[in-house]
Design a protein around this ligand. Structure first.
Ligand SMILES: [Fe+2]
Length: 700
C-alpha cells in the first residue's frame, strides 16, 4: 500500500504539471542548507506567489542572464520563518529563454492559514529577495477571512503608491486583521503605450514615463501596441520594475484575473479594435496568453500540457471571423484554438466563509454592442460618454427582447430606425460553456459568501437626461442615459439571466467584486431598475483604480470649460479651489441636483433636487477615487472598506505611501434566502467628494 504522503506527492505532481510548475514537497522542517547570498540585481522582477490553497501555493521568479552571469537551474526553498531555520520544502526548477527566464514552483505539503517565507538561488548561490506568502484556511475554518482587491495600474501614467499603503497598514494590523491575499481583477498592465515624444503634452496633467519600447509593435494614432510575445513580455518586465508593485508581489499572495488591457483595449475573443474597426489579432491573443502565463503565478490551465513548464502556443493566423455560434463565439479555427489555449476561470476557497469564483469576461464575449457598426445610428452626438439605455436593452437582447417580441423599429432622435438585431441572438459575455460552469459553481457553493471576482462591473451608472431643462440639447431617447458600454451594462440580457438565476435558486451571500470602472462604487444588483421592478438579489463593490486615470479626470481635462454638459460632470467651485466630481451627484441624485449645485454652490440646495428614481441601487459612487478595497468576510457579515488616496501621479518616499483621501466602510449582513440584501455605510474617515445622502445612507 502506498503511504498517504506518496499519494499526496503524486497528486501534487499531476497538478503542477497541469499548471506548468516544478514541484516542492517535503514533510519535515529543517535548517536551510541552500547557499544563498541576496543579489536582487540578478532577479530584476523580484518574486511572487499566487493562488494559495490550504496546502499549496505557486511561487514565481525570473532569473535572466545578467552581466555574463547566467543560470539554468534554480534552487528554491520555503520555510516557516524568515530566517529559514525551518525549511519545509525545496525543489529545483529550470529557467531558459523559452519562458523568458521565468520560473514557477508549486509548493505543497503546507499547513493551512500560515505565513511562509520563500527564496530562490542559482548554482552560484546568488539569491532572490525573500518573499512572503500565506496559505488559505482549511475548508471547515470558521474564522473571518480578510483580503484586498485591486485593478487598473498604469505604471506609465501614475504611481503604485496604493500598494505601499496596503503593505504599511497590513504590517501594523494585529495578525487576525492581516490580508490573506490580494485579488487583482485585471489591467495589471496597459498594452497601449505612449512614447513620450509622441505626446509631449503628457496625459491630462500627468507626465508619461518612458517605460518600454516595443521591438516589433505597431502604432495606432499616437500610441503603440504590442504585436509579438516579446513585446508583451517587455511590458510585464517593465511593469515589474515598479518598486511598490514588486514589493506587494513579494509580500502578499495574489490571485489574478485579466481584464482587457492584458491583451488589447477594446479586444474581445481574439479581435482588437482601436476605435475604428475590427482587426483580427489571433496571433496577438496567443502572445498575450503566453506572456500572462509566464509572468502571473496562477492555477490557469493550459490546453496542451505536454511540456512541463511552458505555454504551448497554438499555430494561428490573423483571420477575419465570419461565422459565429449562438453565444457569439467566432468559429474561425484560430480564434477557437487561441482562446482555449489558456483557461483562467476557476474557483478558490478560504475556509467556511469564502468561495471565490473568477470569470474571464473578455475571452469568450460577443463583440461589444457599441463598437458594432449597427450601433452607429444610436450614438447621442451632444452627450459625451452616454448611451441610451432603452436602445442598449433592445439591441443587446436581439430576438429575445420582451419575451421574444422585439420591436421592428427603434425610435431615436425623432426617427424610426429598423431594428438591426431583431433576428440576432442575445449577446453573451461569458460564452455558453463558461456560463454553465459559473451558474453551477454559484448553485453548488457551500460557503457563507459566494464572492464573484468579476473583472467588469454590473451596477448601472445612469443619468436622467430626460429631466434636463429646455436650455440643454434634447436627450434623443426615452428613458435613461448609461455611462459605460463594454462592461455588464452592455450585456444586459445575460446580466438579467444571471441575477434571475440567483433569485430563483434562492442563493444568498452573492457579492460581486469588480474593477475596470476606475471608480469606487457600492450598491445592490437587480435584474431591472425603476421605472421597471427593482428587485435586488445581491451586492456589488467596485474598486477604484490603483493609478490609471478615471472618467472624472478625463472629463476634467477634455470637456471644454464652456461645454453645456460640463456642470453635470465637473463642479468648479471657483476661487482657485480644486474641481470636484459632480458626476457622483448626477449619478446618485439626477441632473437637477448637479445643476442646483452649479447654480447655488450649496449642497443642501443640490440635495433638495434629488430624483429618488435614478439610483435606488447605489449606496456610493466616487468617479475620482483611486486606491484599493479590503473585504472582511465573517459568518454573519461582510465589511468592505474603500481606501482612497489622492490622485497618484508621482511616487513619494513615505513609508505609508502618502496621505489618505478618505476611508469608508460598507457593511452587509448575511441575508436570508428570498429576502433583500442591504448595504449600510459606516461613518467615514476623511471627507467624501460630493457623495451626499438623501434619504439617509441605508438603502433597502
Ligand atoms: Fe482599467
Amino acid at each position: 500500500m502506498q503511504s498517504p504522503d506518496l499519494i499526496t506527492r503524486r497528486k501534487l505532481l499531476a497538478l503542477a504539471g497541469s499548471y506548468g510548475a516544478s514541484v516542492a514537497h517535503d514533510a519535515y522542517a529543517r535548517r536551510s542548507i541552500m547557499p544563498w547570498q541576496e543579489r536582487r540585481d540578478l532577479y530584476p522582477q523580484g518574486v511572487a506567489s499566487g493562488d494559495p490553497y490550504s496546502d499549496s501555493v505557486i511561487l514565481w521568479t525570473r532569473r535572466p542572464p545578467t552581466d555574463g552571469i547566467g543560470a539554468k537551474l534554480l534552487r528554491f526553498e520555503i520555510a516557516e520563518n524568515p530566517t529559514f531555520s525551518r525549511v519545509v520544502a525545496n525543489a529545483e526548477a529550470h529557467v531558459s529563454e523559452e519562458t523568458d527566464w521565468t520560473c514557477r514552483v508549486l509548493a505543497g505539503g503546507l499547513k493551512p492559514a500560515r505565513v511562509y517565507w520563500y527564496r530562490f538561488a542559482d548554482d552560484h548561490g546568488f539569491g532572490s529577495r525573500i518573499g512572503r506568502t500565506v496559505t488559505a484556511p482549511a475548508d471547515q475554518d470558521r474564522r473571518p477571512v480578510k483580503f484586498a482587491f485591486v485593478s487598473c495600474q498604469n505604471v506609465q501614467q501614475g504611481a503604485s503608491v496604493a500598494y505601499r499603503r496596503m503593505i504599511w497598514e497590513d504590517k501594523r494590523s494585529p495578525p487576525r486583521d492581516r490580508l490573506g491575499f490580494v485579488l487583482h481583477l485585471g489591467d495589471f498592465v496597459y498594452e497601449i503605450v505612449w512614447y513620450p515624444e509622441d505626446r509631449p503634452q503628457g496625459m491630462y496633467a500627468r507626465r508619461l514615463r518612458d517605460i518600454v519600447r516595443y521591438a516589433s509593435g505597431e502604432k495606432h494614432r499616437d500610441f503603440h501596441v504590442p504585436t509579438t510575445v516579446e513585446d508583451y513580455r517587455a511590458l510585464y518586465r517593465a511593469y515589474l520594475l515598479d518598486p511598490d508593485l514588486q514589493d506587494a508581489r513579494a509580500y502578499f499572495p495574489f490571485v489574478y484575473m485579466w481584464d482587457n488591457h492584458e491583451f488589447s483595449w477594446k479586444g474581445w475573443q481574439t479581435q482588437q479594435n482601436f476605435g475604428e474597426s475590427r482587426l483580427p489579432a489571433q496571433t496577438r491573443k496567443v502572445a498575450a496568453c503566453q506572456a500572462w502565463f509566464e509572468y502571473q503565478p496562477a492555477r490557469a490551465v493550459r490546453a496542451d500540457t505536454t511540456e512541463p513548464d511552458q505555454y504551448q502556443a497554438p499555430r494561428v493566423a490573423n483571420a477575419a471571423i465570419h461565422n459565429f455560434d449562438e453565444s457569439g463565439l467566432g468559429l474561425e479555427p484560430g480564434n477557437v484554438a487561441a482562446i482555449h489555449s489558456l483557461k483562467l476561470y476557476r474557483t478558490l476557497r478560504w475556509g467556511r466563509n469564502v468561495d471565490l469564483v473568477l470569470t474571464d469576461n473578455r475571452s469568450y464575449r460577443s463583440e461589444p454592442l457599441v463598437d458594432r457598426p449597427e450601433f452607429a445610428p444610436f450614438r447621442p452626438k451632444e452627450f459625451p460618454q452616454s448611451f441610451p439605455a432603452n436602445v442598449m436593452e433592445i439591441l443587446d437582447a436581439g430576438r429575445t427582447f420582451a419575451g421574444g417580441h422585439p420591436p421592428d423599429t427603434i425610435d431615436f432622435g425623432g426617427t424610426a430606425h429598423a431594428n438591426p438585431r431583431k433576428d440576432a441572438p442575445a449577446l453573451s459575455m461569458l460564452g455558453s460553456q463558461q456560463k454553465a460552469w459559473f451558474l453551477e459553481r454559484l448553485r453548488a457553493s457551500k460557503a457563507v459568501w459566494r464572492l464573484w471576482g468579476n473583472s467588469v462591473a454590473m451596477l448601472d451608472w445612469r443619468a436622467d437626461f430626460h429631466n434636463l431643462p429646455g436650455s440643454f440639447p434634447k436627450w434623443p431617447a426615452p428613458g435613461y442615459a448609461i455611462f459605460t458600454d463594454d462592461d455588464w451594462s452592455g450585456y444586459r440580457a445575460e446580466r438579467a439571466e444571471i441575477l434571475n438565476f440567483v433569485a430563483k435558486a434562492g442563493i444568498t451571500g452573492f457579492v460581486a467584486l469588480a474593477g475596470d470602472r476606475h471608480a469606487f462604487t457600492a450598491g445592490l444588483v437587480s435584474a431591472a431598475l425603476p421605472p421597471q421592478q427593482f428587485t435586488p438579489v445581491g451586492v456589488e463593490f467596485i474598486t477604484g483604480s490603483i493609478s490609471a486615470p478615471g472618467l472624472f479626470e478625463g472629463l476634467e481635462y477634455s470637456l471644454p470649460r464652456d461645454h453645456p454638459m460640463r456642470p453635470l460632470f465637473v463642479y468648479d467651485p471657483g476661487q482657485g479651489l480644486p474641481v470636484k466630481p459632480s458626476m457622483n451627484l448626477c449619478m446618485m441624485h439626477g441632473v437637477r441636483a448637479s445643476l442646483a449645485l452649479e447654480r447655488t454652490g450649496d449642497l443642501h440646495a443640490a440635495i433638495a433636487e434629488s430624483n429618488p428614481e435614478v439610483a435606488p441601487h447605489l449606496s456610493f459612487v466616487d468617479v475620482g477615487g483611486h486606491g484599493y478595497t479590503t473585504v472582511r468576510a465573517s459568518a454573519k457579515q461582510l465589511q468592505v472598506e474603500f481606501v482612497c488616496i489622492p490622485r497618484p501621479v508621482e511616487n513619494n518616499n513615505r513609508d505609508d505611501g502618502g496621505p489618505l483621501a478618505y476611508r469608508v466602510t460598507h457593511r452587509v449582513n448575511l441575508w436570508k434566502s428570498g429576502s433583500r440584501p442591504r448595504v449600510e455605510r459606516i461613518a467615514p474617515e476623511g471627507s467624501l467628494p460630493l457623495v451626499l445622502d438623501y434619504p439617509p445612507p441605508t438603502r433597502t
